[in-house]
Ligand binder design. Structure first.
Ligand SMILES: [Zn+2]
Length: 135
């Protein structure tokens, strides 16, 4: 199985984006969204980007496959992880390129469609993004 680092390097190469690798962590607690792009400031004031992926959402195999992720049909957890990682890497690309807004704006949509053919812009899997929040 590909490590997240390999997978991310693969995605960056296919996208043609020459960006330094960033830390990508599996998070056992994250359950509201499948992936997150975060930047944190260290004690010296430098910003550090990181991608976090949800173990509970991305390791699940007992789904009604296929599921929709980023508007794409996914038939297995590996593809779901790849789509989510693509999405988070778009945030990273925009941030790294110095965009004022690296959120889900027009530039994001254009990159998502042109590069990965994502038809929707979400951090969720299937209909879960509409599920009520429990905490
Ligand atoms: Zn996003």
């Amino acid at each position: 199985m590909l490590t997240l680092r390999h997978l991310a390097a693969d995605i960056l190469r296919e996208a043609g984006w020459d960006l330094p690798m960033l830390p990508i962590q599996w998070s056992p607690r994250m359950s509201r969204c499948a992936g997150l792009f975060v930047i944190e400031k260290d004690a010296r004031g430098a910003w550090h980007p990181e991608i976090r992926l949800s173990i509970p959402l991305l390791r699940r195999r007992d789904r009604a496959w296929p599921v929709q992720v980023c508007g794409c049909h996914c038939h297995d957890p590996e593809t779901v992880t790849r789509r989510i990682l693509e999405h988070e890497l778009i945030h990273y690309k925009l941030w790294k390129d110095g965009a004022k807004d690296w959120g889900h704006g027009e530039d994001f949509r254009k990159l998502a469609w042109d590069t990965f053919h994502h038809q929707s812009i979400t951090h969720g899997i299937g209909s879960e993004e509409r599920a009520p929040r429990t905490r």
